[in-house]
Design a protein around this ligand. Structure first.
Ligand code: NAI
Ligand code: MG
Length: 803
């Protein structure tokens, strides 16, 4: 026993354990054995596996490995429940979500203890952060359910959401998935991670307790095999996944071409940037929250400290002193800062990467104290002298390990910060608001925290840029993941010149007679080149392809683009990235100017349309008129698709800013060769993206005729690049291209699947038509907000203010 004078002398913390009794009682009530929760009731336990307390390695309970048959049963239950859930209406759903929020609050203590037991995270975190945020998420989304009719007019639920979550925030990720899905009228099948099934099962019980209709929430446990079966199930309309980038890629490939909506929230290697005027004491506490929160097992962990040269040594010194005072140990102890690592496999991964860091020459530093010997613990670790290209500076460690590098200038900080495949989050520290707000938009990350870190709220979207995934969770921006245009609205039916009709007329033309060939000399004279970097360039192949008119005669030739031309076009588009920083007003002016110059040449385009498509002159006039209107529309939108300031419950302004995606590949519609081309290239351009476009394959001359219009319209070179040639082949090259940030595809079912499949390499965002036509002549379906939404991504910038 320590005596009171001794305690006074050392001021050491004594243990302050949270009672586990209610949690143990709950487990006992279930005989420490769980079936699945499907259709509002427990199934009999099936093949079982252990779930373990990482703080001591002891088995807490056994849970069921759901089989493909179980997955099917859960999907059937969700489907049966969906129409009724939607029919309840916004207010009806709001009441249920509100009841869930209340239930979470009522059982907050039990939930946080079970969470800490199963996951190993400190009770202080589960009690003060995870569980309150879970309740907040259900409250906030009760509100969206209530307001859905007014705030998302013309939208309906996607249907059945298959949701797969990781082990680092088991209950919080459940809330991020379930709340928006339910608010918007979907029903769900949720699969927790195999290491942490318990709070999801407990939550299922709360659903029962609050009287949520059976089948609205189904919880199935199991490992990756269960997840894969859920992804593959044809009855699922949407997959929402949070987890490793590796599995995210697998899911992208598995869902390619299925028409399932997909959102991915993946890994990160987030920068933590410290400028020399930052308040270093706050910074040190910031680092603690950035990388030692949840043992560093956080997708948006600030795992790369970038410190300005002048203050780097002092920061290092202060950080080491703070690390000595961190307390590691029993997660149920209320005085503990750092809990246990989820499992031995994760511990091994951390150890391996740390060894690699030492091998690669970085200096490792750990506090003098040692970790508990029982359970899976790893000490807080700092690496200095880290080369930006080294493994530990690039690979997500997902543990309490932070690397430190230094920079000289703000520009260098941005470059280092963005030197990663990921783009989930960033935090930056400076007392200079001008500097902070100058840097924030330059960081490629979905969340930017100024003088704060790891702050989350239901009202603000969270999600990645680049290989950190796509889609947002939270905020209004998060709702889009779970809705689609109501049938007969927005999306529209196949137009008059749908792909099918095009296919048939081509077959007819082909069957009639082979198109007569013109003399070579004349043909060369009328060969349109490619349009790359603002110049007309010959295709690398040196070949051209004939373009036929409605009567089957050769009306001209276009360049036959290949891989090299695509590469050049993508490079030109990258070189034009300054377009993103042009003012929206300027972008609007340029688009109006394009309209003016197109109007001046209206007759040529009308004649070209009539000649190629065989449609009447009147129809040609109609298409040109619509094209001009569309140019005006996107000129109008250029400075009107603005963001929001979210009401997050901290002393914060949270700026939700739509930003361009970067370089976008656009495979334009076959039909409506002028209107379709403009309808799909203008929204990205209006939003500040640069574009590589593949025009209509059958009637590309309407796009190549635009070269001169563009040349005279002040569109900066490289903003719009046009490559003609074998469409599907070129589309595949673009889909697989690592420097293309997003891709739109209007074409066949097979082509759509191929684009989605090939996009998995760099996880570029895709938007494909799955062979469906669009009424490009419609002011509802053919233009507007959904195009702008798909041309932008929302960045949330958190700016705190004082007392
Ligand atoms: P994981 O990505 O394998 O697990 C996440 C979820 O996906 C789990 O529910 C798992 O059962 C499920 N899953 C696994 N394979 C699947 C498949 N083929 N189809 C469908 N679902 C599947 O992550 P894991 O193995 O637990 O951790 C590996 C690494 O991933 C970690 O070391 C960490 O670096 C990273 N990670 C990142 C997370 C994040 O939030 N960004 C969360 C968890 C892990
Ligand atoms: Mg566990």
């Amino acid at each position: 026993m320590t005596s009171i004078p001794e305690i006074f002398a050392s001021m050491a913390y004594g243990p302050a354990p949270e009672s586990t009794k209610p949690a143990e009682a709950w487990l006992e009530r279930h005989d420490r054995t769980f079936g699945l929760h499907v259709g509002g009731a427990w199934t009999d336990p099936g093949e079982l596996f252990d779930t373990v307390n990482p703080a001591n390695g002891r088995v807490l309970a056994r849970v069921t490995q759901a089989s493909p048959t179980d997955v099917d049963r859960a999907v059937v239950a969700a489907r049966a429940a969906q129409p009724g859930w939607w029919a309840l209406g916004g207010h009806g759903r709001a009441r249920h979500l509100y009841a869930l929020a209340r239930a979470v609050q009522r059982h907050a203590r039990l939930l946080s203890v079970v969470e800490s037991l199963d996951n190993g995270k400190p009770i202080r975190e589960s009690r003060d952060i995870d569980v309150p945020l879970v309740a907040r998420h259900f409250y906030h989304h009760a509100g969206w359910a209530q307001l859905m009719d007014r705030e998302l007019p013309g939208m309906e639920p996607v249907g059945i959401a298959g949701q797969i979550i990781p082990w680092n925030f088991p209950l919080l990720m459940l809330a991020w998935k379930i709340a928006p899905a339910l608010a918007t009228g979907n029903t769900v099948v949720l699969k927790p991670a195999e290491f942490t099934s318990l709070t999801a099962l407990l939550f299922a019980e709360l659903c029962e307790e609050t009287g949520l209709p059976a089948g609205v929430v189904n919880v199935i446990t199991g490992d990756g095999r269960t997840g894969a079966a859920l992804v593959a199930h044809p009855g699922v309309d949407k997959i929402a996944f949070t987890g490793s980038t590796e599995v995210g890629r697998l899911i992208r490939v598995a869902t390619a071409g299925t028409g399932k909506k997909l959102s991915l929230e993946l890994g990160g290697k987030s920068p933590f940037i410290v400028f020399d005027d930052a308040d270093l004491d706050s910074v040190v506490e910031g680092v603690v929250d950035a990388i030692w929160f949840n043992q560093g097992q956080v997708c948006c962990a600030g795992s790369r400290i970038l410190a300005q040269e002048g203050i780097a040594p002092r920061l290092e010194e202060k950080l080491k002193a703070r690390m000595e005072t961190l307390r590691i140990g029993d997660p149920l102890d209320k005085a503990v800062d750092i809990g246990a690592i989820i499992a031995p496999v994760q511990l091994d991964k951390i150890r391996e990467l740390v060894e690699k860091g030492e091998e690669e020459g970085a200096q490792l530093w750990q506090p003098v104290w040692s970790c508990p010997s029982e359970g899976y613990f790893y000490p807080p670790t700092l690496f200095t002298g880290v080369a930006p290209a080294s493994t530990i500076a690039q690979v997500e460690i997902f543990g309490p390990v932070v690397v430190m590098m230094s920079f000289r200038t703000p520009a260098e900080a941005v470059e280092l910060a963005n030197n990663t495949r990921y783009g989930l989050a960033a935090s930056l520290w400076s007392e200079n608001i001008n500097l902070a707000l100058d840097i924030a938009p330059k960081l490629k990350a979905g969340s930017v925290w100024i003088n704060c870190t790891n702050v989350f709220d239901a009202a603000a979207g969270f999600g990645g840029y680049r290989e950190s995934g796509f889609g947002r969770e939270g905020g209004k921006e998060g709702l889009w993941e779970y809705v689609k245009a109501a049938e007969g609205r927005g999306r529209g039916d196949a137009g008059k010149y749908a792909p099918d009709a095009v296919g048939k007329s081509r077959a007819k033309a082909g069957a009639a007679s082979p198109p007569p060939r013109l003399p070579a000399a004349a043909a060369i004279d009328r060969t349109s080149k490619l349009y790359i970097g603002g110049a007309q360039v010959r295709p690398d192949s040196g070949y051209s392809l004939p373009v036929h008119d409605a009567a089957g005669r050769v009306a001209g030739e276009v360049g036959q683009g290949n891989r090299k031309d695509i590469r050049n076009a993508v490079e030109a588009a990258h070189a034009a990235s300054g377009w993103a920083r042009a003012t929206a007003h300027l972008r609007a002016q340029v688009l109006y100017y394009v309209a003016e110059n197109l109007a001046a040449r209206r007759d040529e385009f009308v004649a070209r349309l009539a000649n190629l498509t065989g449609r009447s002159k009147k129809q040609g006039q109609e298409e040109v008129a619509l094209a001009l209107s569309r140019l005006f529309s996107y000129a109008a939108w250029a400075d009107k698709w603005d963001g929001r300031v979210h009401h997050t419950p901290y002393r914060n302004v949270t700026l939700a800013m739509p930003e361009p995606l970067g370089v976008m590949a656009v495979v334009c519609p076959e039909e409506w060769p002028l209107l379709g081309f403009l309808s799909t290239t203008l929204p990205p351009i209006a939003m500040g993206n640069t574009v590589v476009a593949l025009p209509s394959g059958r009637w590309p001359l309407l796009a190549t005729d635009l070269y001169q219009v563009l040349d005279t319209s002040d569109l900066p070179k490289g903003v719009l690049n046009i490559v003609t040639g074998p469409r599907e082949e070129l589309a595949a090259i673009l889909a697989a291209h690592d420097d293309v940030d997003a891709m739109w595809y209007w074409g066949t079912v097979e082509g759509s699947a191929e684009v989605e499949r090939l996009s998995a390499g760099n996880l570029k965002q895709t938007w494909v038509s799955h062979g469906r036509g669009v009424r490009w002549d419609s002011g509802v379906g053919g233009e507007g907000e959904r195009f702008l939404r798909h041309a932008t991504q929302v960045k949330n910038v958190w700016v705190p203010y004082g007392e």
